[in-house]
Write a protein that binds this ligand. Sequence first.
Ligand code: AMP
Length: 282
Amino acid sequence: MKLVKSADKLTKLLLNLRKGDNLVTIGFVPTMGALHEGHLSLLKNSKSENSITVCSIFVNPTQFGEKKDLETYPKPIEKDIEKLLSVGCDILFLPEVQEVYPESYKQQYFDLLGLDLKIEGKQRPGHFQGVCNVIYRFFEIIEPDKAYFGQKDFQQTVVVKRLVELTKSKTEICVVPIAREENGLAMSSRNQRLSNEHRFQASFIREALLKIKEHAKEIGLQKAIEQARKELSTIKHAELEYLLAADTRSLQEVNHLDGEVVVLTVVKFHGVRLLDNILLKP
Ligand code: AMP
């Protein structure tokens, strides 16, 4: 695996590897490090579909609201490198902030049609504009044929698809299913902040989503969600931030199973913010 820190060097290296050959394809997996099986499943997808796989590890400052969250983000780089080697990643892009955002770069405002202001966007103002700026820059540097994102951050996948449309990018966005712990908890770098016992107990989030999927067909989506909200409110040390159903494209909140729907939730459990979602097809 090649380790590259300079944006210019990476662009040149990839140009060289492509050598104008259309059969050479580049798959790209953007991450913030502290890698787990979820990230590795994105990388495995990229490996199986492309000639070259590039992974970036970059804790993007522009997508963090709170400085403390940014400063305390885990950076186990040696362990991450071992994991990348285990899945055969070809190139690790590990830039400093000034490589991604040189002085000449002005943060852009992207017209995301309000997709950035809903749901997570309400809780984290500016977050998705920050995500779009970093993805825009990475696509400029790497020009990947395909880029891989996890369904775990569902709204992010919708926002990035809009960015691709808006900027007329040629990169195809590939969405990879959520990797889960044995008990169903969605894998996340944040899970490390839970004790083993609490991690085990946190399976209630997945269970609530599965129950909504099952019940929605019998009692209707709205009732199924209301029931789940009630049940979640009785769980100790769990604070429900949101639980709602939305259209998978517009992210408009819905009450009925019309078209493709995603049920999205964030639960703070013992102070750790846990995201999950489930797709419901009509
Ligand atoms: P992060 O390092 O948290 O920015 O995540 C990098 C990428 O990994 C994003 O596209 C996430 O959606 C994806 N990802 C994180 N957790 C999971 C998971 N449990 N399953 C699948 N993809 C994930």
